[in-house]
Design a protein. Structure first.
Length: 276
């Protein structure tokens, strides 16, 4: 059943890497899970509050000067290299591999993003989420990387093994209008102005992990690296390769309940839980 009590006729929706739009310019190659810019796919305009999921490769020294963005929650997860983000009044942040940057655009904020290295490439994953309230004061915070290794056989209890990177219920009171650039303590999840969470895990070959429980709403599982299979209680497993993602409604009978690494290498995973 879906969150509004209606049966979802399609069940979980797979978005393979091969079907996603690609763009290149200014030394940046982007692969978009949902419609963005001139690439419009009416079947994939977003997933609930999640409007952008963009995997990007930046050439050394690449720069993107962005116009004013308003009323969006932005998360930038650096998977390799280093990002330099100049966000004006809320501050300038350098985010290294494994780190996360949160930009609460609020009533409007421009930013200049750059590959911090003139010799090494940068890889990142960018998310845009609609906030649950508009025209808030702009704010920025960053989080250093942390280990998300999961040993074989771990994860027997729901949610064990997931690193919580950002949380709509986590310490949002710290981000105040008079102090818009409050950094998170090491290991603390970044705040969000939305009832959403971003979690990460790295599964060694042969290991399995329960998905974090969701009472109601939507979920999105993205495979960053490796191969995995999403396992449901009442359906066969769904194979996923690097660059693939799948979304589902909490409560659907065919929704995944766990995920297992099924390739020769470790699988890196991201899980977003979202409101309905």
């Amino acid at each position: 059943m879906s969150v509004d009590g209606q049966v979802d006729p399609d069940g979980p929706r797979l978005r393979p890497a091969a079907t996603r739009a690609r763009s290149a310019g200014g030394g940046i190659v982007a692969v978009e899970a949902f419609s963005r810019g001139g690439a419009i796919d009416r079947a994939w305009m977003g997933w609930g509050a999640l409007r952008v999921l963009s995997r990007q490769d930046w050439a050394p020294g690449a720069v993107r000067d962005e116009g004013r963005v308003a009323n969006m929650e932005r998360l930038l997860l650096v998977t390799s290299g280093s990002l330099d983000a100049d966000c004006g009044d809320p501050g300038r942040h350098r985010v290294d591999a494994g780190g996360l940057l949160w930009i609460g655009a609020g009533h409007g904020l421009g930013a200049r993003l750059a590959n911090a290295s003139a010799t090494a490439p940068l890889r990142l994953v960018e998310f845009w989420l609609q906030p649950d309230r508009v025209n808030a004061p702009p704010a920025v915070a960053s989080r250093r990387g942390g280990g998300v290794e999961v040993e074989p056989g771990a994860g027997a209890s729901a949610g064990k093994g997931w690193a919580l990177l950002a949380d709509g219920a986590a310490a949002a009171a710290r981000i105040m209008p008079e102090d818009p650039a409050v950094p998170a303590d090491d290991g603390d999840p970044l705040p969000l102005r939305q009832r959403a969470r971003l979690l990460a895990a790295r599964l060694e070959p042969g290991s399995r992990l329960q998905l974090a429980p969701v009472g109601a709403g939507r979920c999105w599982l993205e495979v960053l690296e490796g191969e995995a299979v999403a396992l449901a209680a009442t359906a066969s497993g769904m194979p996923l390769a690097a660059g693939d993602g799948v979304g589902w409604l909490a409560g659907d009978a065919a929704a995944p309940v766990s995920v297992a690494a099924c390739g020769p290498d470790a699988a890196s995973l991201l899980l977003l839980t979202l409101p309905a």
